[in-house]
Design a protein around this ligand. Structure first.
Ligand SMILES: Cc1ncc(COP(=O)(O)O)c(C=O)c1O
Length: 380
């Protein structure tokens, strides 16, 4: 977490008070929440009344997709279709699939190109084939695996031409690239604290005034009845301070991290000439590097690098203990061998040139060893 957010959050942790209580301590906690709401809104081009605090990105995505669909469907039962890209985070994908399995929705998975960018023609066709039947369009702002930025303004233009609301999962974008809620035109936007230098377990859904949104979580009626549950005032404060710091420093941090990212990509491709960069080479998140190493098992590479103090992720996700190939790389048409050998290195505000030197110093040997391990396991 960034220092200012740690300090802001820690100073709240020692204090008691439920923001919904009417006594003095409760009113003080309420003030913290409302000041944080103003700060977060101001950092993101939103109005304070458009901020719905949640426990993070997953909850914000569930609320947007399930709550958005439910409200639109209740207003007009013909609206069964949810249009979303094939490369969304599971928080969106699985919410859409849940609606299809349990709430009579029809999921439409929009294809992406080989860089991971959503096919706008496919979106146009899906909308124009029957605009009255679309409940919601959900397309992420930036992809969490390959970093590709999506053409959100074009998505909004296509959907709004037919009065269809747009949700965007901006969890990876907020604090890393410019995000202005009002200027973007989206109706619903998800964000989370731990991706922007704030705490885990705190996030928000930005929802335009009058957005069609039914509650998914029921109880005490907090957050104007849209999201019940006692508000975590310290985490909310940490989140809003982190968002303010991240947006205030955005121009300089973007330039710095982008330069580091490009140096890392260049260094990797020089050291391992058959490695392949996944995602858009330039129109991508400043801190995202995703590279496929042919003939390597990503897992072997991950453990070899971890042992050298380099922490990264692979291109596969573990579901119920079984590694599954990345649905993002599959949707982009990446060959199996490169999916198996995909490695994701993430750079952030604290990453330094020395970190890059350390990674580049150990990577070539780790790739050689991982290739050997892959060969041995295939022969054996
Ligand atoms: C694009 C995207 N959406 C949603 C989430 C989930 O957010 P959270 O971990 O706050 O639930 C993540 C987390 O990594 C993400 O990258």
């Amino acid at each position: 977490m960034v220092d200012a957010a740690v300090q802001a959050m820690c100073s709240e942790l020692a204090l008691v008070g439920n923001p919904s209580s009417l006594h003095t301590a409760g009113r003080r906690a309420r003030r913290v929440v409302e000041e944080s709401r103003e700060l977060l809104a101001a950092s993101l081009g939103a109005r304070p009344s458009e901020v719905v605090f949640t426990s993070g990105g997953t909850e914000a995505d569930n609320l947007a997709v399930i709550g958005g669909y439910s409200a639109r469907r209740a207003a007009d039962p013909r609206r069964r279709r949810v249009l979303t890209s094939a490369v969304e985070h599971h928080a969106v994908m699985d919410s859409v699939q849940w609606l299809a399995d349990h709430a009579d929705a029809e999921a439409v998975w929009l294809p992406v190109d080989r860089l991971g960018r959503v096919d706008l023609e496919a979106l146009r066709e899906a909308i124009e084939s029957d605009p009255e039947s679309v409940a919601l369009v959900s397309v992420m702002w930036a992809n969490n695996e390959v970093g590709t930025l999506q053409p959100i303004e074009d998505v909004v233009e296509l959907a709004h031409a037919h009065g269809i609301p747009v949700h965007t999962d901006a969890v990876q974008a907020v604090g890393h690239v410019p995000v202005d809620f009002a200027a973007s035109g989206v109706d619903l936007l998800s964000l989370t604290g731990h991706k922007l230098g704030g705490p885990m377990g705190a996030g928000a859904l930005l929802a335009v005034r009058g957005a069609a949104l039914a509650p998914v979580q029921h109880g005490g009626g907090q957050e104007r009845g849209v999201r019940s549950g006692t508000l975590d005032a310290p985490a909310i404060r940490g989140l809003s301070v982190a968002a303010q710091v991240a947006t205030a420093e955005l121009t300089s941090s973007m330039a710095r991290v982008t330069a580091l990212r490009d140096r890392l990509i260049d260094g990797i491709l020089r050291a391992v000439p058959d490695a392949v960069l996944h995602g858009d080479p330039t129109d991508r998140l400043p801190g995202n590097v995703n590279v496929g190493f042919p003939g390597c098992e990503g897992d072997s590479l991950l453990y070899l690098l971890d042992a050298q103090g380099i922490e990264c992720s692979t291109g596969s996700a573990c579901q119920a203990g079984v590694p599954q190939p990345s649905h993002v790389l599959l949707a982009m048409g990446v060959p199996d061998d490169l999916i198996r050998g995909a490695l994701r290195l993430t750079l952030g505000h604290s990453t330094t040139e020395a970190d890059l030197d350390a990674a580049l110093a150990v990577l070539p040997a780790a790739v050689e060893r991982a290739r050997g391990a892959g060969l041995a396991s295939r022969v054996g």
